[in-house]
Design a protein around this ligand. Structure first.
Ligand SMILES: Cc1cc2nc3c(=O)[nH]c(=O)nc-3n(C[C@H](O)[C@H](O)[C@H](O)COP(=O)(O)O)c2cc1C
Length: 157
């Protein structure tokens, strides 16, 4: 693998997953992708499988892609090198902005899924959506993604 990362078990290095804002990547059926800043995330076990629960507001373009696009997403924890991407991904919408171009983000093709992960991250997760549910307490929706691949940057080891 040319990337500066190695595959890990999903339950390794979770302190970095918990402590940092993530970038969630989603995709339209025609392959166009989007990236959004995501703080509301949790890793849990469902039926014995590792799952990431992403909480996404109905107003987001990301919500549209997760419900009407490809049934997958990636969760990426940025390294300091691309830290500015968080404010760009969290303040512009993919409806009218190519945030990859604006933030200078590069992608790595998914190994198990169609949606790519991001370069220059300390952690990457490839997830397939296995369930969704409504939040009764906020205008958010929960997306449960079974983790099919997890990677850590060699810099973190
Ligand atoms: C640090 C940070 C964390 C955020 N976390 C979330 C989150 O967990 N869920 C959410 O729906 N929006 C969250 N947002 C807001 C979205 O990232 C923001 O509205 C974004 O522009 C939506 O992009 P989209 O329309 O391309 O999906 C966050 C924003 C920032 C700056």
């Amino acid at each position: 693998m040319s990337e500066n990362r190695i595959e890990i078990e999903p339950n390794e290095y979770t302190d970095h997953f918990i402590a940092n804002t993530a970038l969630i990547v989603s995709m339209r059926p025609d392959g166009e992708k989007n990236v959004m800043a995501l703080d509301w995330k949790k890793m849990e076990e469902i039926d014995g499988y590792p799952v990431i629960r992403a909480q996404v507001a109905y107003s987001r373009y990301t919500y549209e892609l997760l419900t009407k696009g490809i049934n997958e997403f990636t969760i990426n924890i940025p390294s300091n090198k691309i830290h500015n991407a968080i404010s760009i991904a969290g303040s512009y919408s993919g409806r009218d902005t190519d945030k990859f171009e604006r933030a200078g983000l590069e992608t790595i093709p998914g190994e198990k899924i169609q949606v790519p992960t991001l370069k220059d991250c300390i952690l990457n997760y490839e997830c397939r959506i296995i369930d969704t549910s409504k939040s009764n307490l906020s205008s958010h929706h929960y997306f449960y993604g079974k983790i099919l691949k997890a990677f850590v940057s060699k810099e973190l080891i």
